[in-house]
Design a protein around this ligand. Structure first.
Ligand code: NAP
Length: 309
């Protein structure tokens, strides 16, 4: 039986792994389908303390994993299929194998929110994408007009990144002010290759019949005007949805699906802790996720010490 199982290898999960490993608990750390979490899809992380020049997101996560493994964490590629929190030990099914553990730290992160408009799903990977750093350099996007949807830091980051490859980037936002941080918003609006399209939403992505993106249909929310904008790619950056579906009915979730945090990163089930983006609808930063992972690890350690006497 494991002392600690950690679900997720983003900033929260790997920080929890570093702390529990240093406490000699040999945590089992399950990667899920995206080892390293969402940060691996970011370009330069400029605001993680200790890296004044910035650090590549993938490199930061690779280093965190190496640090956890150095202290004895067992990082395993695996997806959790089901969890039974109703009795002790806690039981998980991981790729068809049963795993038992005394404590569980859920750091399952968040996935990309989708637009839910016609053409989006059908043209995914055929011009519709959720990650500029993963897909931006593909030949189909080179020297072509591209669309980024969203007004937050992610959308601005994606738009700026895409200017390296595209002829121009249209930033479609449903309001007329960006939600992004000031520094990111200023950088974006100052970029001559980025053309904001305010007060507008994408109502459909063309062209499913052609099997590739040829444009988007837009609706101006203030005037009601409907237009079409030609483009070769649509980069959707409208926020995230917490990965908590597995725990529905077993742990308290808010209406958006985020875990409801109890005292000391705890949940309604003793020995089960949550950390990172799956439990944070407010800050969602690499450093806050790491801090939550650290706190969850300390609490798991205390819980285990309490079991021993
Ligand atoms: P976000 O801040 O929640 O922004 C989502 C954006 O998408 C908002 O502008 C929102 O519009 C828009 N949106 C949401 N649903 C929509 C829909 N159905 N249709 C059209 N537009 C929609 O998400 P994020 O940009 O991914 O950022 C998440 C967190 O990560 C933030 O805390 C951010 O600061 C952080 N982050 C930081 C960095 C960095 O520091 N380098 C980079 C990326 C992300 P409204 O504005 O109207 O709500």
């Amino acid at each position: 039986m494991e002392n600690v199982v950690i679900i997720g290898t983003g900033c929260a999960g790997l920080t929890a792994a570093i702390y529990t490993a240093r406490a000699n608990l040999r945590p089992l750390v399950l990667t899920g389908v995206m080892p390293g979490g969402l940060l691996t899809t970011t370009s330069t992380v400029e605001n993680f303390p200790g890296f004044p020049e910035g650090i590549d997101g993938f490199e930061l996560m690779t280093r965190m994993q190496a640090q956890a493994e150095k202290f004895g964490a067992q990082v395993k590629f695996g997806t959790v299929e089901s969890v039974d929190l109703s009795k002790k030990p806690i039981r998980l099914m991981v790729d068809g194998e049963a795993v038992e553990t005394q404590t569980l730290i859920i750091a399952s992160g968040a996935g990309h929110r989708h637009l839910g408009v016609p053409g989006e799903h059908e043209l995914e990977k055929k011009g519709v994408t959720y990650c500029a750093t993963c897909d931006g350099a593909l030949p189909m996007f080179r020297n072509q007009p591209l669309v980024v949807v969203g007004g937050g830091d992610s959308a601005c980051e994606e738009a700026n990144y895409l200017t390296r490859f595209s002829s121009e980037v249209y930033l479609i936002h449903r309001r007329d002010t960006l939600r992004a941080s000031r520094i990111m918003a200023d950088r974006t609006l100052a970029n001559p290759k980025i053309k904001p399209v305010w007060d507008s939403v994408v109502t459909a992505v063309d062209d499913v019949a052609a099997g590739k993106v040829t444009g988007v249909r837009l609706k101006n929310l203030k005037t009601g005007a409907e237009t079409r904008l030609g483009c070769a790619g649509v980069f959707v950056a409208i926020g995230h949805l917490p990965n908590s579906q597995l725990f529905q009915g077993q742990l308290a979730l808010d209406e958006a699906g985020y875990f409801v945090l109890g005292r000391g990163m705890g949940t309604s089930v003793p020995g089960v802790f949550v950390a990172g983006d799956c439990a944070d609808s407010v800050y969602r930063q690499a450093i806050t996720a790491a801090g939550m992972g650290c706190a969850a690890a300390i609490e798991a350690e205390r819980y285990l010490a309490g079991l021993c006497g």
